[in-house]
Design a protein around this ligand. Sequence first.
Ligand code: AMP
Ligand code: MG
Length: 489
Amino acid sequence: MMAPRLDNEFAREMEGFYVPWTGAKVPEPRLLRFNRALADELGLPSGFENREDAARLLAGMDSLEGTTPLAMVYAGHQFGQFSPQLGDGRALLIGETIDRDGRRRDLHLKGSGPTPFSRRGDGKAVLGPVLREYLIGEAMHALGIPTTRALAVVTTGETIYRDALLPGAVLTRVAASHLRVGTFEFFAACGDHARLKKLADYALRRHYPALATRDDRYLALLAAVVERQASLVAQWMLVGFVHGVMNTDNMTISGETIDYGPCAFMDRYNPETVFSSIDRQGRYAYGNQPRIAVWNLARFAESLLPLIAPDDPAKAVAPATELLDQFRSQYQRFWLAGMRAKLGLAREDEKDGALAGDMLAIMAQAGTDYTGFFRSLAGAVTGGGEAAIAALGGHGEARAWLLRWRERIAAESSAPGEIPARMNRINPLYIPRNHLVEAALDDAYSGNMETFDALLTALQSPFEARPGMEALTAPAPESCGPYRTFCGT
Ligand code: AMP
Ligand code: MG
């Protein structure tokens, strides 16, 4: 049959962590996009998307056979302030699939209507932000970065008021799980240590099974999450990604990127880059992301203290702090390994960190297009390097840096002919550049999905140059001005 086999382990085992709930009825559910490649990976039967009730199911107004849709509870620090109760205010977990590789993955709807956690929100989502999450999630996935992904987009036939009247939509999101730092903060803040323990044991079983039976498993959980987040944020930094709203409720225990709201890719290199209109202090600026990750992990660590040392949580502070202190060096290690690869370096040299740091300083001065630069650098291995020098500002300092890099490349054991291909396999040509994403969403609002589909196709194979797609590689024209993203999602 065309019914996907879903499990509901979370619903079954984790009572007290959610409320059972169903989606709102919407007037005209219509399946706008379905990610068949992802559906295959999940083992969803072919033809599922052609079921007559597919749109109703993926809008959340009908429930799939055997599922118990639910809204999860969580808390979170938003822009540094604690909100004791957030939760799925416009989302539902419909169940889990076991994918082709045996991994349990959540199927989750975003925009499916109000829940007991909606506070003053309407429980809805609108088309633009839903398509944005689809594009950017797929782009991140194709770049090899752990992320939630979009399985489907349904338009609801409703008109939703944001800053304008906009068409409503529901996103089906796939995630390794929806356990967040904020989920732990909720039960820690309630002082419900029994549930906190149950949550930690569940997270261990689901994401870190090798640690689940250790005596020191809660400290091990902290160590594992710290390391995964160090790796994740390093990968964001290496591609120029700005998450934009790194609240603790938007940080997963699995180490996947989640909640594509006001996120965007940086074009001109500048560590102070902020896109979100609500981030007035630049708390979540590009260059602050590693620091904020540690801040969030400290909130996670605090939540775990009563589990790490149940008799006297104060005794857990020193070992937890020691683990948090390791974030910086782990992050540096992940980042430098990634940056070496971007620069075409397979060997390690102790001066590589300085070589990369000096490059970034020149880029910041010159306002270099971050993504484009590494592709021009690949051309400089055997060519004259004029494009790379121009990208760095064209001055003597830029030339001197390129000479240093050339000398370093000469010390590699690979044949020079192999290096550019190796670089172009990891330095993307196509990223979701802001003006392109906006154009795709504008056209989608006028009922034309061609721009979205063309951009999605490029983003799904980001390293491979394709004829006819040259326009997708260029930075935004100056006339676009500074880019702003809005949280009216
Ligand atoms: P986010 O900024 O998407 O991470 O959401 C933060 C919190 O606000 C979560 O608890 C969401 O469920 C809730 N939320 C965001 N938008 C809405 C909405 N339109 N209606 C109800 N709750 C919302
Ligand atoms: Mg969120």
